[in-house]
Design a protein around this ligand. Structure first.
Ligand SMILES: [Zn+2]
Length: 490
């Protein structure tokens, strides 16, 4: 602890410097100037690493979790600096305890700040990575994410080596970089929460509750302690089974196979974990805070649009729901545009997000997509584009669960094309509109529709969607025909 206290001071100084950076990010420049973009990205990354190091140092070397003062620590300089004329032993101990408790709470507070700052940095960095793309004017290739960042820093296309590269937002990304200035990059989330108006704070509370929602059946696992005899010696081994039920796996056979016939089961222990939608308290706080602050700021700065809104709907009531709507809209885009595999690998704008939650469980939260007032207000204020119907999310999850293998066996598919096709099937949007909405082309949407027609998902569609899919000509290549035949047989 004595070692950690000076580190806490160091951390605080760094966080205060970061606070200035967060307040001074120039958004319009960030959007168009690749050099500035790279500079901000590098600063965030460097700060993240420094903060992470400090947190590790303080947490693990500092001994914050030592439960009682140990005699070894009794003679700290902090105690000796304030001598008393006749220190009784009890008074000495009490004063020591007081200093120690002040130091411990200071260290705990700084760890809290560091964790929030790290969460905010992670979100900001991921938004930038999602935003970043370059287009090579020579070979015509789009480079995205980290490859694009590398191309900017070397001023060279990673594909052909040309230096004629153009910085552009990634049309396949899910990002909202205007959130970055609202993230508590210096970890001051508590202060920012107290500065919110009471309405905004209520919305903040609702968002963090939504993100904490449990999103799946609890996963049971069990571990078995096995006693094995090897020669004269007996040793113990732990084997973990991550299945739902003990009956579902022939664990005795597994153990015999691994440890031989002499193995004996000593004990079985069960564990149960329930996934939540976003499994990190600090990330939840950062996301909620940023969405609430951004939405309120936009609302109060766009007076003429708000006047249009309040002529049509109950503006005050809508403002309460609006940050939630914008967040769920972004989450919906994320689930639509990213495949389960890429969600497992890269959480992007939503770190710690459960990659494939059960739709039936998150549906109550996602029903806000049906709120027409919020959709109208968000669109009028320029916060979102077209509304995303709840049905399209439901369909995406159903397809991921039941048809993914079949669709993948038909070859590579653009996730944006798929999103456009699904939106077209579940809404009134023409395919070209849906394609535009997801920054893709109509032909990509048609390709996706053809695949959906081949794996025959019509039983999952509303009637209008079934009609649209029925009009799609399944490609008559022999391979496709063969595949359709194979499907009929199964
Ligand atoms: Zn190139």
């Amino acid at each position: 602890m004595a070692e950690a206290y000076p580190l806490a001071g160091k951390a605080e100084r760094l966080l205060n410097i970061i606070e200035e950076l967060g307040a001074n990010i120039n958004l319009p420049r960030l959007r168009r100037d690749p050099k500035y973009f790279l500079e901000i990205y590098r600063i965030l990354l460097k700060d993240y690493d420094d903060l992470d190091l400090l947190r590790n140092d303080i947490e693990f070397r500092g001994g914050v979790y030592t439960p009682y003062p140990t005699p070894r620590m009794m003679g700290t300089t902090a105690v000796r600096e304030t001598p008393e004329e006749h220190p009784s032993e009890i008074g000495y101990l009490m004063r020591y305890a007081k200093i120690r408790s002040v130091q411990i709470s200071a260290i705990k507070a700084i760890i809290d700040r560091l964790r929030a700052a790290l969460a905010a940095h992670r979100i900001a960095i991921n938004h930038l990575t999602e935003y970043c793309a370059v287009w090579c004017q020579d070979c015509g290739k789009f480079l995205r994410g980290k490859t694009a960042l590398k191309a900017i820093s070397t001023n060279r296309c990673q594909n052909c080596g040309s230096s004629k590269i153009l910085f552009t937002p990634n049309s396949a990304g899910v990002f909202r970089i205007e959130l970055i200035p609202y993230l508590p990059l210096s970890g001051d989330y508590m202060r920012r929460i107290t500065q919110l108006s009471s309405y905004a704070r209520a919305t903040y509370g609702r968002i963090t509750r939504y993100l904490r929602e449990s999103v799946g059946r609890s996963v049971k696992s069990f571990s078995i302690i096995v006693r094995v005899r090897a020669g004269d010696k007996i040793f113990r081994r732990r084997v973990r089974f991550s299945t739902e039920a003990r009956e579902a796996v022939n664990y005795e056979a597994v153990i015999r196979e691994r440890f031989g016939p002499s193995a004996r089961i000593e004990s079985i222990r069960y564990r149960r974990t329930q996934p939540v939608l976003l499994n990190d308290r600090y990330t939840r706080a950062c996301i909620a805070l940023a969405y609430v602050s951004l939405t309120y700021d936009v609302w109060f700065s766009k007076k003429s649009q708000v006047r249009i809104i309040s002529r049509k709907i109950d503006a005050e009531k809508t403002l309460l729901k609006l940050p939630i709507y914008v967040l769920i809209h972004d989450l919906a885009r994320y689930f639509l545009l990213k495949s389960p595999k890429s969600r497992r690998r890269l959480a992007g704008a939503f770190p710690y997000l459960e990659s494939s939650p059960q739709i039936s469980i998150i549906e109550p939260v996602f029903t806000i997509l049906r709120d027409e007032d919020s959709a109208f207000a968000a669109k009028t204020l320029g916060l979102t584009e077209e509304a995303i119907p709840l049905e399209v999310i439901r369909l995406k999850f159903t397809i991921e669960r039941n048809y993914e293998q079949k669709i993948r066996s038909l070859g590579l598919l653009s996730s944006r094309g798929m999103a456009a096709a699904l939106l077209h099937l579940t809404s009134k949007h023409e395919l070209s509109q849906a394609a535009k909405f997801f920054n893709t082309t109509k032909s990509e949407g048609i390709k996706a529709l053809e695949k959906l027609a081949q794996v025959n998902i019509s039983s999952e569609l509303p009637e209008s969607g079934r009609d649209k899919l029925a009009k799609i000509e399944v490609p008559r290549t022999t391979r496709a025909k063969g595949f359709v035949e194979a499907l009929k047989e199964t």
